[in-house]
Design a protein around this ligand. Structure first.
Ligand code: HEC
Length: 190
C-alpha cells in the first residue's frame, strides 16, 4: 500500500513536471514581467503623473560648476579681465584643441593669425581688431595684445557688436582652450 502511494506520487510529479507550460508557476508576476514605463510617459508614481524628473531648482549637475561667473555687462567684462582665471593649463593638448576650434569658429572673421583677413569680407565685419595691435580698445583702454584671459573669454562668451556670442556653440572648456590659443596669437610679431 505504502509503495503504491509513493509510486502514484512519483508518477504524478514526474508527469506534471513534463508539461509544456514553460516557466511554471510565477510567484510574483511583476518580477518576471516588469511594467515598462516610457521616459516621458505617464505613470502614477508622482503627483504630476509625469515620469521624467526635472532637476531641483538651483542645483548644478556634477562636473558643470561654471568656471566663469561674470555677466555680459561692461562691468562684468572689466571685472572678468581682472579676476577670471583660466582653469586649463597651457599645454600642447589644450593649445592644439584651441587651434582647431579657432579655425572652426573664429578664423573666417579674424583671419588665420588673428590679424584680420578672414574669408568673410562683408562691410559689417570691417572693424575686426588685430590680436597683436597696439590700438587702444574702447572697452578697457588696452590694446588687443594686452587683453587678459578674462577679457578674451568674456568676448567669446557674450560677443561684442558685430561679433555674436559663442556660449551656445562652445563648451566652457572649449572657450578656455581658444583663449589659450588666442594668447599665443597675441604674442606673435606683427
Ligand atoms: C562674424 C565674425 C566674427 C567671428 C566669427 C568672431 N569674431 Fe571676434 N570680433 C568680430 C568683430 C567685428 C569684432 C569687433 C567688435 C567691435 O569692437 O565692435 C570682434 C572682436 C573680438 C575681440 C575683442 C573684444 C574686445 O574685448 O574688444 C576678441 C577678443 C574676439 N573678437 C575674439 C574672437 C574669438 C576668439 C572668436 C572665435 C571664438 C571670434 N572672435 C569670432 C568678429 C567676429
Amino acid at each position: 500500500m505504502r509503495n503504491k502511494i509513493l509510486f502514484i506520487i512519483f508518477v504524478s510529479v514526474f508527469i506534471s513536471s513534463c508539461s509544456n507550460n514553460g516557466a511554471g508557476y510565477e510567484y510574483m508576476p511583476n518580477m518576471y514581467r516588469s511594467p515598462s514605463l516610457e521616459t516621458y510617459g505617464k505613470n502614477n508614481f508622482f503627483s504630476d503623473s509625469l515620469n521624467a524628473r526635472k532637476p531641483v531648482l538651483g542645483t548644478i549637475a556634477r562636473g558643470n560648476l561654471s568656471s566663469f561667473n561674470f555677466d555680459g555687462s561692461l562691468e562684468g567684462y572689466l571685472l572678468a579681465g581682472k579676476e577670471a582665471i583660466n582653469p586649463y593649463e597651457n599645454n600642447s593638448d589644450n593649445l592644439e584643441e584651441g587651434k582647431k576650434l579657432y579655425a572652426m569658429f573664429c578664423k573666417h572673421c579674424h583671419g588665420e593669425y588673428g590679424a584680420g583677413g578672414g574669408s568673410i569680407t562683408h562691410p559689417v565685419y570691417s572693424a575686426i581688431p588685430h590680436y597683436n595691435d597696439d590700438e587702444l580698445l574702447r572697452r578697457c583702454d588696452l590694446p588687443m595684445s594686452q587683453l587678459t584671459a578674462g577679457h578674451l573669454y568674456h568676448a567669446i562668451t557674450y560677443g561684442l557688436n558685430a561679433m555674436g556670442p559663442h556660449a551656445s556653440q562652445l563648451t566652457e572648456k572649449e572657450r578656455w582652450q581658444i583663449v589659450l590659443y588666442v594668447q599665443e596669437l597675441q604674442k606673435r610679431p606683427k
